[in-house]
Design a protein around this ligand. Sequence first.
Ligand code: C5P
Length: 221
Amino acid sequence: MAPVITIDGPSGSGKGTIANRLATRLGWRCLDSGALYRLLGYAAEQAGVELTDGQGLAQLAMDMVIDFQQEKVLLNGDDVSLVIRTEQAGNAASKVAALPEVRAALLQWQRACAVDPGLVADGRDMGSVVFPEADVKIFLDASAEERARRRYNQLIEKGLSANLGSLIAEIRERDDRDRNRSVAPLKAPDGALIVDSTALTIDEVLERVMDRVRETLPELK
Ligand code: C5P
């Protein structure tokens, strides 16, 4: 199998940014697994499938035609890049992600992304379930307040509306659901480098991650 680096962590911990930067630096492919759950939550709401209907959602997951382009994500040919980034889509994602049928339906699709020269995969269970044999595992964390503040800035930059107080509450609620679900709960996988990014810049986090990558895969500079 191609080399894999996993970056797991809670919502807003910066894993998407770090995963993208790392993939660009190494010239590897990047998998944003959260986008898959967001796409499914959105597709379910559009199709009128209940967010608790495991079978219906698994079928919908298998029927989705997903196209990750440079800056865009297409679902069945439609550009849904912005709409899947809303808090509503994030919450729908975290509900469908708690169902074992949904996780099983998306497993092979994710594993198939591990192609040469390598894959950087970010999510909640990349190092624990999807790629347990990954070469490097990172767990990125930050305080709930800091994560809500980052999400707030991201949404405002994209021209979407946001309220900091409700973002903190939503992040806590989502954390609770992600950490306490029975299937693939969010936790640092064995052997992961744990980085708390609350007081670190993106470059500082990236350097810590790169130190671990160079230690484990010295052929990469
Ligand atoms: O990372 P992001 O916020 O886009 O993920 C949205 C939701 O999808 C998360 O709150 C989580 O419930 C779910 N998710 C997951 N497993 C992953 C990635 C995301 O359960 N590997």
